[in-house]
Design a protein around this ligand. Structure first.
Ligand SMILES: [Zn+2]
Length: 260
């Protein structure tokens, strides 16, 4: 599951390629929208909301996509005579005179009226990378269910939008909190939320999810992906386990000595 910083940088790349230009071709490879044609529509902007991408047109339409587990976008320059990006994984192609944006394996691909965007993103908590990021609201949303484990509550996009497994594991290590700790037992939720914002913000314009300050390969994280290996701080073996509601379990990594 991609982290919010990946969605943010994807939205920026798509905005740079598409915004302010008229589409000369669109191709939806999902049955429900196969007949939609956005030719001659002006793309006005591309924005991210948590992990959702919204591509808006001057005619009041929004192409709503979500990467879910395996989705990704590729943007490439249109070259005369070159074939466009063909693949069984292709879900959507948007082309203007200069650029071709291709969405692959997208978990959601749909066209809605821009006026109805609330129906697809209205449930989200404050967006960690949004222009209207509201840490106090995120804290109050988290605090609604004091018995919930903090590791699960931070992943719930209705509380705050943008964190995935990597940042939740890293954030809880940096705050010294066991992912199983009930939300209600944590005194300084604001510090947790603020650190989540800083980590995403620091990584949004670069590849990777660096939380240690060390960008060398294999050195980027404290605990994520390091199950069974020694903690970088105390040497204790990092634990790995699953957490979350049945059917939605997510991987957790934590140091049983540093995180209580
Ligand atoms: Zn440790």
């Amino acid at each position: 599951m991609p982290e919010g910083d990946v969605i943010w940088s994807t939205a920026r790349r798509l905005h740079e390629a598409l915004a302010g230009q008229v589409l000369i071709r669109s191709d939806f490879r999902v049955p429900k929208f196969a007949t939609v044609d956005l030719r001659e529509q002006l793309v006005t902007e591309v924005v991210s909301r948590g992990k959702h991408l919204l591509i808006r047109t001057g005619d009041g339409l929004t192409v709503h996509t979500h990467l879910k587990m395996e989705g990704f976008w590729r943007v490439r320059a249109v070259r005369p005579g070159a074939h466009s990006a063909e693949s069984a994984k292709l879900r959507l192609l948007l082309v203007n005179a200069q650029w071709e944006a291709a969405g692959y394996s997208l978990g959601v691909t749909e066209v809605i009226r821009t006026a109805d965007e609330e129906s697809v993103v209205g449930h989200l908590g404050p967006d960690l990378l949004g222009p209207d990021w509201d840490p106090a609201l995120a804290v109050s949303r988290l605090a609604r269910d004091p018995d919930q484990p903090i590791g699960t509550a931070l992943l719930d996009q209705r509380n705050l939008a943008g964190l995935g497994n990597v940042y939740v594991s890293e954030l809880l290590f940096l705050r010294g909190l066991d992912p199983a700790r009930p939300v209600g037992s944590i005194k300084d939720l604001r510090a947790v939320v603020d650190l989540g914002h800083r980590l995403l913000d620091a990584n949004k314009a670069r590849p990777g999810h660096v939380t240690t300050g060390d960008t060398r390969r294999g050195m980027e994280n404290w605990v994520y992906g390091r199950g069974g290996r020694p903690c970088r701080r105390c040497g204790t073996r990092i634990k790995k386990g699953e957490q979350g509601p049945a059917g939605e379990e997510r991987l957790r990594f934590w140091c049983p000595n540093c995180q209580l």
